[in-house]
Write a protein that binds this ligand. Structure first.
Ligand code: GLP
Length: 233
């Protein structure tokens, strides 16, 4: 793992942008995108730049079950607001939270990923070491699946909702195996609340208790962390 320690998320966003630019320059066609507060500074740098994605494809990691693109807390809405409205792709895929037929939706999404192999996947990190919505205990062989969110994730994500009760209890997420197939992976993490997860991901044993620890098996991972997130390394 290539670890880049930065001062703060603004400097991290600049580094993240540079990694996207390098991927574009090297001919990357398919970008795996993440939501959450972490990638926002990278997205801000990208959308303010002259990078062009109009002949490229994006595939998002996850979506809440029950929320569609018009719901302000949906990940599709987030992507429209922070990225797609400013910098459109030829084609953007996000799991369809309104498709309540989980088998149908997960198979549909797996086919999209198989047809569009991801060149660069950006990831955030949950406080419990989750990536996408792959919570502790997720099978490393998993592809897209329906997930029951843990209490820790519901609590962490409640800040985006009026009440904790409004946070959906289920999500669709690319699996760990889906993420591991990406050619390059960029994971960003900022703040002291991510320090434990970063330490366990980088230095701990590879275990389903820490889904991000499987990234130790990937040949091309860059991690951008601020000093607070790196403080336990
Ligand atoms: C959510 C998302 C993850 C994200 C994580 C961290 O649960 N499903 O993809 O990485 O939260 O979020 P944040 O970046 O806001 O800390």
């Amino acid at each position: 793992m290539n670890i880049v320690v930065v001062k703060d998320n603004v400097e991290g966003g600049q580094k993240g942008y540079e990694i996207f630019k390098q991927a574009v320059d090297n001919g990357a066609k398919v970008f795996g995108l993440a939501t959450g507060s972490t990638p926002i500074t990278t997205y801000d740098q990208i959308t303010a730049s002259d990078l062009d994605f109009s002949d490229k494809t994006s595939i998002n990691l996850d979506e809440y079950v029950g929320l569609g693109p018009d719901a302000p807390q949906s990940y599709h809405y987030f992507m429209n607001e922070h990225f797609f409205s400013k910098k459109p792709f030829a084609q953007s895929y996000v799991p369809d939270g309104l498709n309540l037929d989980a088998m149908n939706e997960t198979e549909r999404y797996d086919k999209i990923i198989a047809d569009n192999p991801i060149d660069l996947q950006i990831l955030g990190l949950g406080r419990n070491g989750h990536i996408g919505f792959n919570e502790p205990g997720t099978d490393p062989e998993s592809t897209t699946h329906k997930v029951k969110l843990t209490e820790s994730t519901i609590e962490a994500n409640a800040r985006f909702f009026d009440n904790e009760e409004d946070v959906p209890r289920y999500a669709y997420s690319m699996g760990i195996a889906s993420i591991m197939k990406s050619k390059h992976i960029l994971l960003e993490a900022y703040g002291a609340e991510k320090a434990d997860a970063i330490q366990r991901m980088v230095q701990g044993p590879i275990t389903t208790d820490v889904p991000a620890s499987f990234l130790q098996n990937h040949p091309d991972v860059t991690i951008i962390v601020d000093e607070a997130a790196a403080s336990k390394l």
